[in-house]
Design a protein around this ligand. Sequence first.
Ligand SMILES: [Zn+2]
Length: 246
Amino acid sequence: MHMQVPGEAEILALWERGLARHPIDRALLLYAWARPDLPSSSFPDLPLGAINRVLLRLRETCFGPRIIACIDCEHCGTRMEVALYTGQLLAATNEDETSSDFKVTPAEFEVSSLRFRVPCSRDLAAVSGEQDINAAAVKLLERCCLDRPEKIDAGFFANMLAEAEAAMEELDPAAEINLSLSCEDCGHSWLANFNIGTLLWDEIDVRARALLAEVHSLAQAYGWTEPEIFALSPQRRAAYLDMVGV
Ligand SMILES: [Zn+2]
């Protein structure tokens, strides 16, 4: 799969479109940018892991393979910097290089003789208003049940949650990326969730605001328009910014 590096004007356009959106929609927006060859109407139904794998590659294309994540220890609060590599994260999701990221039919599995599919962005969005993590997980599972029995007791889906989550992880390992961390200060070990969609959006946000600041300084000093400023080579732009005193 060939992925293009977004130009500066494209970064700004992406940022502008994603600014007011929910993080789930931002991830889909970035995915759509990376896969212009695919029909975007199907993106909300794609397995979450398919989205995450493409976003990891897009991150590598835009900002390189090395990610420095700042994470606070869950126990003592000490901030630590963790170096991650997109290649390592992709390898940990058992990605087969030849496999397609575009799976029309989400993988299915069975628990207690009921069929389920792995979750997609539409499911995540549907449970995103739920405050309780466990209740959200049960709701998500209920949505993914393909042959829901007519009568169910309270706790029906909650009882099969652990087994279903294990099956989901096996079928779509990139859906949720967890980092195994250990604090050097207090020795506490835990699993931290790593969300590539959020990280990539934050980086695009920083880049877009830096670009706006550059355009602002040069437009103010020379009266140039945004396209004129973007058309300057990086060397010339840096030289002018230097003269303006930025
Ligand atoms: Zn600690």
